[in-house]
Design a protein around this ligand. Structure first.
Ligand SMILES: *Cc1c(COP(=O)(O)O)cnc(C)c1O
Length: 406
């Protein structure tokens, strides 16, 4: 057993290591067959028509903004209860990141608050599935689309998850209420590629744009734009030298990036995907046992569920409880230190994004903007949750929580 049980940790098997080593012995470390194979498996898993694998979820969110032509003069609303990337992606393209408050039960973007805080320049909504619990996507999409905005689901926490709407089951990555969806494969998330992410969409135009911008905006096919599609092309007025077409031919059609993921990472991802069902089962089981164990603690509230959130479909990334530190008579720092002494690592996720210094300085956001997210934050504590956590460790955590909180 480790000296301290962390709040989250990757699970790497000998098969994972073998899969990575096999790529290291092969011809392609990047731009090879494992990338396409990984994308194909993600499409199988979710049913999404397109999957564009990239070097991080942050890159995927940036590409989603660019694909939807979000830019200067536009506003993007997201949840304050998220990792900063969900909002930063709007700033990358010159748009204004903004925040609407969370629902106090699910800790996800509240559709009513989204509607209330709507402004005419909002062009996109980034809905974050906090802890893996799906947002109320149908309600969020209804608000956003009625007002002409695209819906991007930041499902970095919700790989392999799903939800129920009006009796029907939907998979995250392929449902009618998100135009684009993002997963993260950072080691702390549900499954990992070391660093990595994927953008999924059923929209052909968004997919084509994101794919192109992933690799410097370069296309291989000659375009009409340069007048080079004829069998006997005339010299382009823009660039006569480009009229000679050979195997080396490529055009830069847009200013893109190097957001490519490697074959090494995708081999790890493919191997991890095989174990994803086990990961999800174990995570659900740990959450079930935690909920049961903590039901008798008066200062602690376990995660609540909304109508769309079905226990059997949630892909749990985090187990975050609410603790009434005032009633308990201990500060959060004291509770974390006492738990640490009993070998239990914890984390606080998240400081409301709108209260970060850069957001305050750049956009004038201040405390009181999102009261539910701020209240949630003051009581939030994430306990250890990862698939390799065994029964002994689980009992150690529940005992430690009881010792410290009662
Ligand atoms: C982790 C995370 C990201 C960023 O993921 P990276 O792959 O590390 O770039 C974005 N959004 C949320 C909600 C996350 O938790």
């Amino acid at each position: 057993m480790t000296s301290c049980i962390p709040y989250g940790r990757q699970s790497i098997s000998e098969e994972d290591i073998e899969a990575v080593c096999a790529v290291l012995r092969s011809d392609f470390l990047t731009c090879g067959p494992k990338v396409e194979e990984f994308e194909a498996r993600i499409m199988e898993l979710t049913g999404a028509r397109h999957a564009i694998a990239v070097n991080s979820a942050t890159s995927a969110l940036h590409l989603a903004m660019l694909a939807a032509s979000i830019g200067r003069g536009d506003r993007v609303i997201t949840s304050p209860n998220t990792f900063l990337a969900s909002a930063n992606c709007a700033a990358y393209v010159g748009a204004t990141p903004d925040f609407a408050d969370i629902d106090p039960v699910s800790y996800n973007l509240d559709p009513a608050a989204l509607q209330q805080g709507w402004k005419p320049d909002v062009k996109a909504v980034v809905a974050v599935d906090y802890a893996g619990q799906p947002c109320d996507m149908p309600a969020i999409a209804a608000v956003a689309r009625e007002r002409g905005a695209v819906v991007i689901e930041d499902a970095s926490h919700a790989v392999g998850g799903g939800f129920i709407h009006e009796g029907e089951t939907w998979k995250i990555g392929n449902h009618p209420w998100a135009d684009m969806t993002v997963f993260s494969f950072h080691p702390v998330k549900t499954m990992t590629t070391g660093e990595g992410g994927v953008l999924m969409t059923n929209n052909d135009a968004f997919a084509a744009k994101a794919r192109q911008l992933r690799s410097h905006g370069i296309v291989r096919e000659p375009s009409h734009f340069l007048g080079l599609v004829d069998a006997n092309p005339q010299p382009s007025t823009l660039n006569p030298q480009l009229s000679e077409r050979g195997p080396w031919y490529h055009e830069m059609q847009d200013l893109g990036y190097n957001y490519r993921i490697t074959d090494i990472q995708c081999a790890l991802g493919l191997s991890q995907l095989k174990r994803l069902p086990q990961f999800l089962t174990r995570r659900r089981e740990i959450v079930r046992q935690y909920n049961e164990a903590f039901s008798g603690l008066s200062w602690l509230r376990t995660p609540g569920l909304k109508e769309v959130q079905n226990r059997d479909l949630i892909s749990w990334h985090l187990y975050t409880v609410q603790i009434d530190f005032k009633a308990l008579g201990k500060t959060r720092t004291e509770v974390m230190a006492e738990l640490k002494q009993q070998q239990v690592g914890t984390q606080v996720l998240y400081i409301p994004a709108h209260l970060q210094p850069w957001y305050r300085k750049s956009f004038g956001y201040a405390p009181g903007k999102c009261p539910a997210a701020e209240a949630y934050y003051s009581q939030a504590l994430s306990l250890p949750l990862y698939p390799a956590m065994n029964q002994i460790e689980l009992e150690l955590v529940t005992k430690a929580v009881y010792n410290v909180l009662s």
